[in-house]
Ligand binder design. Structure first.
Ligand SMILES: [Zn+2]
Length: 265
């Protein structure tokens, strides 16, 4: 759990779980290029990623962006929330950057089969909803975490430019999934951006053309990465990224023509 501030908006980073992947699986096209990044890998050769959610306190509202991988994976999101001084029933809105299972895992209380965030309005990316509901067999996590919200009439479909509150607006950032949304923060002249999975690691910031296995449309994802990295560099926005190592706060900066991720000190 760690806090940052953008104008009058407080952002709290909440850790759920860690996962590590073989970099050859994450970026199959990178080949020997990955050798330049040996120092970013774990001792066992994996690229490490944390699974992070972000709590926003903005305009009198308490908004949770993403709900992690969930209890079956030993996730600690609820402990992190408690440490941040927030009870699940205090969340006004839950918004998903996208509907992969590592972003929806804590939606439902396994004991009661009711939404864990009991008062929340759940904001679901339209493009991902359409994609899942058009499948013969939706993802298991969708069936477990999202479909019940619809049956209970607790969710709302949202797209680009949706105003969660005066300081918080969605931005369609497709490619990782068709409906992927980021959340732009604008308050008191300052900018922030809850990125979701537009980049997964610091390496993606420096190699935006390396396609990731995890992106559903690699061409669209590449175009989105370039456009969003350009925007975030120009704005100097404070970023919260879902899979960088905790707390996942940083900015896009450029030195001697080279762009990179600068973690928040
Ligand atoms: Zn993810």
């Amino acid at each position: 759990m760690r806090r940052a501030r953008v104008g009058n908006v407080e952002i709290v980073s909440l850790f759920d779980v860690y996962f590590g992947f073989d970099p050859a699986r994450v970026w199959p096209g990178a080949g020997a290029g990955i050798e330049a990044y040996r120092d970013r890998l774990e001792a066992n050769g994996d690229i490490g990623m944390d699974c992070l959610c972000f709590l926003l306190r903005a305009d009198g509202r308490t908004v949770l962006v993403d709900t992690g991988l969930g209890p079956e994976s030993g996730g600690v999101l609820l402990d992190e929330l408690r440490e941040a001084g927030v009870r699940p029933e205090e969340i006004d809105e839950v918004i998903f950057t996208h509907l992969h299972g590592d972003h929806t895992g804590w939606n439902m209380d396994r004991a009661t089969s009711e939404p864990l965030f009991t008062r929340a309005r759940y904001l679901v990316p339209q493009g991902d909803w359409d994609e899942q509901t058009s499948r013969a067999q939706p993802a298991a996590s969708f069936t477990r975490d999202i479909a019940p919200l619809n049956l209970m009439k607790r969710m709302e479909l949202v797209g680009d430019g949706f105003s969660i509150s005066p300081s918080l607006t969605t931005v369609h950032t497709p490619g990782h999934t068709p409906g992927h949304l980021s959340v732009a923060v604008a308050s008191d002249g300052e900018r922030g951006f809850i990125l979701g999975d537009v980049v997964l690691t610091t390496i993606d910031v420096e190699q935006p053309d390396w396609s990731s296995t995890f992106d559903s449309d690699q061409d669209v994802a590449r175009r989105t990465r370039h456009a969003i990295l350009d925007r975030l560099e120009a704005e100097g926005a404070l970023i919260g990224a879902a899979h960088l190592r905790a707390p996942g706060f940083g900015r896009i900066v450029r030195t001697e023509g080279r762009r990179y991720w600068q973690g928040l000190a």
